[in-house]
Design a protein around this ligand. Structure first.
Ligand code: GTP
Ligand code: MG
Length: 282
């Protein structure tokens, strides 16, 4: 059978459900999703094969980063643009619970000149009446050239199988990039670092989660089959250390235990996680 490929970039406001979608499509957690904003910070590929078709989805940071002037965040913008550039088609995610035509127009205007095919996904359709999106489809259709519109729920897996079936017509003849059983381009170390970043998002507020980096220092399966991991949380301001530690070290304890539990679940192995907080000297 002739092999085919389609590269799809997931674009949309922070919290629209892009990472939830990619996890649903590959049927495993490869990209952390969280109710806090700006969860995804790097381009992550998720792969799903259908007979001779290989679909590669790029999960991106929120579209708000296209306009960022903050140097610390400039890599998010680069990753987002890279994802769009390498793709054949854009999935533009709209949070159906937060419909705002002016905002949708603004965001579409920021990507329309990139000349990619665009499919609009009204995500979180489980939270509203499906008819409520019809006027928006009309108005958007009058203003922009859009391939098609789909109501979906990434969380409840509604409408996604149908969407994937209809994607086949866009695939192009090409050798596959990933092997049959691969579901992501990210390695185990990236995934375990992301578990800790997600725990930090869960237990700390405001600017801290966006001003730290996680580095892996040690990753080894022990003789008894357990997984031992050491990570550093790199902070750019020393005052963050006290906050991350929390009263009597309570916060870091919660972060560590939660991350250790998530890693254990993803890798299906008893995990021992050690975390140290260090100041970035750069
Ligand atoms: N009810 C409902 N909630 C959803 C759906 N999809 C995502 N969510 C929730 O919306 C929140 C944000 O989801 P994410 O997948 O992290 O959003 P994102 O677009 O990746 O956000 P960033 O990475 O910050 O750009 C999470 O709490 C999800 O559980 C859906 O279809 N229905
Ligand atoms: Mg995300």
């Amino acid at each position: 059978m002739i092999k085919k490929i389609l590269k799809v970039c997931l674009v949309g406001k922070t919290n629209a459900g892009k990472s939830t979608f990619i996890n649903q499509v590959v049927k495993e957690i490869i990209s952390i999703s969280n109710k806090k904003i700006n969860t995804t910070q790097k381009l992550i590929s998720g792969i799903r094969n259908f007979k001779n078709h290989q679909f590669i989805f790029f999960d991106t940071p929120g579209i708000n980063f296209l306009k960022t002037k903050n140097n610390y965040h400039s890599s998010y913008k680069t990753d987002l643009l890279e994802g769009i550039n390498k793709s054949d088609i854009i999935f533009f995610f709209i949070d159906s619970k937060k419909l705002n035509l002016n905002q949708i127009k603004k965001d579409l205007n920021n990507i329309i000149h990139l000349n990619k095919k665009i499919i609009i996904l009204f995500n979180k359709i489980d939270l509203i009446k499906q008819d409520d999106i019809l006027p928006y489809i009309d108005k958007i259709n009058n203003l922009f050239k859009i391939e098609s519109f789909y109501p979906i729920s990434s969380k409840l897996n509604i409408g996604i199988d149908n969407l994937l079936l209809n994607l086949k017509k866009f695939s192009k003849k090409s050798e596959w990039i990933y092997k049959e059983n691969e579901i992501t381009d990210k390695d185990d170390i990236f995934m375990t670092n992301e578990c800790t970043r997600n725990s930090i998002l869960k237990y700390l507020h405001k600017e801290i989660p966006y001003n730290i980096k996680i580095k892996n220092k040690y990753f080894k399966y022990l003789k008894n089959g357990h997984l031992k991991i050491k990570q550093n949380i790199i902070i750019n301001e020393i005052r963050y250390k006290k906050i991350i530690l929390g009263k009597k070290g309570n916060t870091i304890k919660l972060i560590r235990e939660n991350s250790q539990k998530d890693i254990g679940k993803i890798f299906n192995v008893t995990t021992h996680l050690y975390i140290e907080i260090l100041k970035d000297n750069a």
